[in-house]
Design a protein around this ligand. Structure first.
Ligand code: GLV
Length: 338
């Protein structure tokens, strides 16, 4: 589908491949330009494609910044198919009256499932032992073969106690009898802490006491390398680190050094600085489980995210039952984290 000049219907860009039926929902209201080859547009190409568009359905791979918005004063809405929105300059959008939306809630439980799975895989050395088996190196049972660390009853440390962090905490506390510590810029309401037995601690205490650290803090300049050389040096040598937040929150080079030196036991990473490139030292250390940014990737959840991004775009441009009231606008900067 491509834009039809002269049409009174607004034109929108769907910047990446997405479910056909979701595109069809947009096409009921708009002239829709898609990206059937699913190429990642360069900034110049994205700008070219946005020409004449009133709205854009985007993902984390499209960067929306002030120069781009200035080049497209007709653009009224940018709707991200992701809960994280570090690809969008939200303040620049606000200043220009451009509605920016994300997809919270619909991915919370799926992402928490994955974070827990990655943490367990790191603690119990699942990927590392599978690679050993596939290489044909398994010749005998041994008392210490891939002995890892327990998850049940251990101390779970959560950095970034938004919805997903609370989902991970819930799994740990209620399913695995874990003690839950967390660090967040604001403390949870005691009514949310109590059922999880969750206790706020300062960041260094979290790092020192966690047996399993799970990072769920959104990326921003203030969370850049929130876990680097110094922070890693505070962790227990038996601890694991799991990052399901964003690349850049962890200093990947420092993490690779810590893993190789055995300064922490293992890591599970779904996100990377500069992804889809992965720091080459992470590719060669054995004690890390690496996945390609798939924490929210179940079919049901990806469909829910796509439909929510479409709902937002339809409503933001004044159509549908929620015209003018997109369901999930990106919150003002002081609102709680994801
Ligand atoms: C995925 O990383 C998301 O932000 O939804």
């Amino acid at each position: 589908m491509s834009s039809t000049s002269g049409s009174l219907r607004p034109s929108v860009l769907v910047a990446r491949a997405v479910f056909d039926d979701v595109v069809a929902r947009l096409a009921a209201h708009f002239e829709v330009e898609t990206n059937p080859d699913d190429r990642i547009f360069s900034p110049a190409e994205l700008s070219e494609r946005l020409r004449g568009k009133a709205g854009a359905f985007i993902t984390g791979s499209e960067r929306i910044d002030a120069p781009l918005l200035d080049a497209h004063p007709q653009l009224r809405a940018v709707c991200n198919m992701a809960v994280g929105y570090n690809n969008i300059d939200v303040e620049a959008c606000r200043q220009r009256g451009v509605i920016a939306t994300n997809t919270p809630d619909v991915l919370t439980e799926t992402t928490a499932d994955f974070g827990f799975a990655l943490m367990m895989a790191a603690a119990r050395r699942i990927a590392e032992s599978e690679h050993f088996l596939r290489r044909g190196e398994w010749t005998k049972w041994r008392y210490d073969l891939f002995a890892g660390s327990d998850v049940h009853g251990a101390t779970l440390g959560i950095l970034g106690m938004g919805r997903i962090g609370r989902g991970v905490a819930q799994r740990g506390a209620l399913g695995f009898g874990m003690k839950v510590l967390y660090h967040n810029r604001s403390r949870l309401d005691p009514a949310l802490e109590a059922p999880l037995g969750a206790r706020w601690v300062d960041k260094d205490t979290l790092l020192r006491e966690a047996d399993h650290l799970v990072i769920v803090v959104p990326y921003s300049p203030s969370s850049h390398h929130a876990v680097g050389e110094r922070e890693l040096s505070l962790m227990k040598p038996t601890a694991t680190l799991t990052n399901i937040a964003r690349g850049g929150v962890v200093d990947d080079a420092a993490l690779a050094r810590a893993l190789r030196a055995g300064r922490i036991a293992a890591a599970g990473l779904d996100v990377f600085e500069g992804e889809p490139a992965v720091h080459r030292d992470l590719l060669t250390v054995p004690n890390v489980v690496l996945t390609p940014h798939i924490a929210s990737a179940t079919v049901a959840t990806r469909r829910a995210m796509a439909n929510l991004a479409a709902d937002n775009l339809i409503a933001a441009l004044g159509f549908g039952p929620q015209a003018g009231r997109p369901p999930t606008p990106i919150p003002a900067p002081s609102a709680p984290s994801r």
